[in-house]
Design a protein around this ligand. Structure first.
Ligand code: ADE
Length: 223
């Protein structure tokens, strides 16, 4: 999968994408994530990409032309891609949306900033708008990183069998069960007996019951 990110702050993407599972996935050639500085597509030498809103009001709005040039440039370099705008008024990110987007070959993520993004760019060039939750961040960079992380781990070959993404919280419409590791007794509390019984059918059943119970109490809206 190819992911191009268009942003005012490409440096924000460097270390989060270089380490851990996303870093390894890039190393294995399963995904390539490139962050591009929007200012390179500005009209003037100063790199102006935003302006005050028509009609007044505080903040700045990202202008449509630099964004359009950016989208066309990365499409030209890496084939047609699906354009996703990160914005607080987009559809709320869910595991289902991550599953859908993980099947795309090329994504172009646009990080909004300041007051927002000119509506004409949104209407003409954006295929899908995604929010990571009902709160407002200073820009779309952290949401883009959240989306990249959620997508990359779903790409076949990125996680080993042991870490199968299909067993995660939300993937089956349920939260995950509790997990335990060594030591077997911590501050006087032993791990549940069934987990050291060696009875794998019983362990599967226990985990399912625990997942269901956890979902019922923590997220009744999901049941
Ligand atoms: N930009 C600012 N806040 C955001 C949010 N919650 N989701 C996506 N993009 C954003």
């Amino acid at each position: 999968m190819d992911i191009d990110v268009i942003t005012l702050f490409p440096e924000l993407f460097r270390s989060p994408l270089a380490v851990s599972i996303v870093g390894r996935a890039q190393g294995k050639g399963l995904v390539a994530v490139r962050a591009h500085d929007l200012r390179q597509w500005a009209d003037d030498a100063r790199g102006t990409v935003d302006d005050t809103p028509f009609g007044g009001g505080g903040g700045m709005v990202l202008m449509p032309e630099p964004l359009k040039r950016g989208v066309e440039a990365v499409k030209g370099d890496h084939g047609d891609g699906k354009v996703i705008l990160l914005a607080p008024d987009g559809e709320r990110l869910t595991q289902q949306i991550a599953n859908e987007l993980s099947l795309e070959k090329h994504l172009i993520l646009i990080c909004g900033h300041y007051r927002g993004v000119d509506e004409r760019f949104r209407a003409r060039y954006v295929d899908r708008e995604v929010s990571i939750g009902d709160y407002v961040l200073t820009g779309g960079e952290l949401p883009a990183l959240v989306l990249v992380d959620a997508l990359v781990r779903l790409i076949p070959g990125v996680l080993g069998n042991f870490e199968s993404a299909m067993e995660d919280s939300f993937q089956e419409g349920m939260l995950d069960c509790p997990w335990y590791t060594r030591p077997q007794v911590f501050e006087g509390e032993a791990v549940p007996q069934v987990l050291v019984s060696g009875n794998h059918a019983q362990i599967r059943k226990w985990r399912r019951q625990q997942a269901l119970e956890r979902t019922r109490t923590r997220r009744p809206d999901m049941v």
